[in-house]
Write a protein that binds this ligand. Structure first.
Ligand code: SF4
Length: 578
């Protein structure tokens, strides 16, 4: 895309009291086209602490993007801010697994220590306190993000030390403002296939095949997308192969925002090579030259690691021109950052974001394999799916197909959190029963599990014989365990607050419906509702599910509908009798 060259304004012309001359340097370094808008905004925010109007106008002027579009992007993403923020932005995860682990106590302690409430900034401009949605640390919560640094297992007692450390960092300008490395453990209780497969064996096997055979191997294996939708991977790739275009793209969806899901974070930490190998195989299969990893803003601390792995691959001929010496096979991968929006996990919203806009979902069809990034054929696959592609090419379709059930082939990674002795990432064959899984993770005595994250379903103990498989309980990758004392309605309330917050606002049923459902359940939990409210809630949930534009709205009512089916009496018990 041609770049528009405009000279930066002299500082004196930019507006009263604010020197915007740095904007020119940021745009000159980082802006190569519309797709870079979000990256430029993030850089400018890092420089100025927020995105004040004169800075935004200067960005619009220098890039040639109309001001309204720049402002509209800023108002969409949680990590972009128009208002002044503190030097340290402290974001406490409020989603369910951190909630179960006592995030409220941490919240009260943060408020007391800082003397401010959530959404406020301290008078000395040092700290801003905010809630955030899932940080992907569900197995080691409560979790905090301090700027880009993530802290896990944060208890109320840890808060004074964290605040003191930030103040210490602020007083020592030579140190990075993040104040050190993130504190994350990977929590893989058992070795997964990913750690045992031979490096690059899949890519070498793919290069030894006629290109048209690669998708056939995937179809024979029975691999279905591991992000949640479960579409057959080989079929998806065939659509892209069939398109006549000299420009095609491979996108790795690393926007893992579903509450309770953190397996992709572990894969990217432990097995990034396998993911890039899968992307390279995809490029070979469909004829793409460019790949993009869309990494969620909450995982920014993983970016240096991913860039290092990519650089290593380039040095070893695994990316770049003539990959592994194959004449004419050129492919490279870049990492692009999200900025805090759950809906960008929806593939068309992700594409909008990659093109530098608000992440609002597109109308489908056309589907991305036909018309995706920049309207070109695009394969978008989840992190785990791409890693399995490399394994399947390395070990053969028959190996993969021999595991699991007939409609749900292969092994699968599960993020397990909540009330169990050993939360973490586990590899199980698809088709495992909930009982068997709970036995492995120390979840005996659970009263229910949430399968598939907030958008999934709540399964009561009486149904623990059911299978985690596409034909029964499609897991997507997340199982949250609820112990005998847990309040099911409080869980539903937490999920609905999440959806109301993350709705992109494009369509009315979701924008308004998620908020109304939240309000009704809140009324019920606080004993202020009447019996008719339960019927209202059920009808509303059905309408939101049927009429919402994209998957977010279509699945947001699931926790309501599944708990009304299995725990209706708990709703009814909260109604105060006249
Ligand atoms: Fe946006 Fe929700 Fe409508 Fe999806 S369903 S387009 S997230 S408002």
């Amino acid at each position: 895309m041609p770049r528009r060259r405009v000279e930066p304004l002299p500082a004196s012309d930019a507006g009263p009291g604010l020197d915007v001359s740095t904007v020119g340097a940021i745009v000159a370094a980082d802006y190569h086209g519309e797709a870079d808008l979000i990256a430029v905004l993030r850089r400018a925010q890092a420089e100025y602490g927020h995105l004040p109007e004169p800075v935004v106008r200067e960005i619009a002027r220098l890039t040639g993007i109309v001001e309204s579009r720049v402002f509209s992007a800023i108002t969409f993403y949680a990590f972009l801010a128009e208002r002044r923020q503190g030097k340290f932005i402290v974001r406490l995860c409020r989603t369910i697994s951190c909630d179960l682990q006592g995030k409220d106590r941490v919240a009260r302690r943060l408020e007391n220590e800082l003397g401010i409430g959530f959404g406020e900034t301290t008078g000395d401009g040092m700290f801003t306190l905010e809630w955030t949605n899932c940080l992907g640390m569900c197995d080691q919560g409560p979790a905090l993000l301090v700027n880009d640094r993530v802290l896990t297992r944060v208890y109320a007692e840890s808060v004074p030390g964290i605040i003191a450390e930030c103040r210490h960092v602020a007083a020592a300008p030579a140190r990075r403002s993040e104040g050190g490395a993130s504190r994350v453990t990977t929590s893989v209780p058992s070795a997964t296939t990913f750690s045992t497969v031979e490096a690059e064996a899949g890519l070498k096997a793919a290069l030894s095949l006629p290109r048209s055979h690669i998708t056939a191997v995937l179809s024979t294996s029975g691999l279905k997308g591991r992000g949640g939708a479960g579409f057959p991977t080989g079929t998806k790739w065939d659509f892209a192969v069939a398109q006549q275009s000299d420009e095609k793209y491979i996108v790795c969806n690393a926007d893992e925002g579903e509450p309770g899901t953190f397996k992709d974070r572990v894969i990217l930490s432990e097995s990034a090579d396998l993911v890039f190998e899968g992307m390279t195989i995809a490029a070979r299969a469909i004829g793409a030259r460019e790949g993009v990893v869309y990494l969620r803003g909450e995982y920014a601390y993983l970016r240096p690691h991913l860039e290092a792995v990519l650089a290593h691959r380039r040095r070893h001929g695994l990316l770049g021109t003539n990959v592994l010496g194959v004449d004419g096979f050129d492919f490279d991968v870049s990492v692009r950052m999200g900025a805090g929006a759950y809906v960008c996990g929806e593939e068309t919203a992700l594409l909008e974001s990659l093109e530098g806009r608000r992440g609002t979902p597109r109308k489908r069809p056309p589907f991305p394999p036909v018309s995706g990034l920049w309207k070109k054929p695009t394969i978008i696959d989840n992190v785990e799916t791409l890693a399995w592609v490399a394994c399947i090419l390395a070990r053969g379709a028959e190996w993969f197909a021999s595991i699991g059930t007939e409609p749900s082939r292969g092994p699968k990674l599960f993020s397990v959190s909540g009330d169990c002795a050993a939360p973490g990432v586990y590899e199980f064959s698809l088709g495992i029963t909930v009982f068997a899984l709970l036995d492995q993770v120390g979840g005996a005595g659970a009263r229910a599990v949430q399968v598939g994250g907030a958008s999934g379903v709540c399964v009561p103990a009486s149904e623990f014989g059911r299978r985690l498989a596409f034909e029964d309980l499609p897991a997507g990758g997340s199982v949250i365990v609820f112990g005998p004392e847990r309040d099911v309605l409080a869980v539903v309330c937490n999920f609905l607050e999440f959806f109301a917050d993350e709705s992109c606002g494009k369509c009315v049923p979701c924008r308004i419906g998620t908020k109304r459902m939240y309000e009704i359940v809140k009324r019920i939990t606080s004993g202020e509702a009447e019996m008719a409210d339960i019927d209202r809630l059920e009808r509303l949930a059905a309408v939101v599910k049927r009429t919402s534009f994209c998957g977010l709205g279509q699945t947001a009512p699931n926790p309501v509908l599944s708990t009304l089916t299995h725990f209706r009496h708990e709703y009814e018990e909260r109604i105060v009798k006249e």
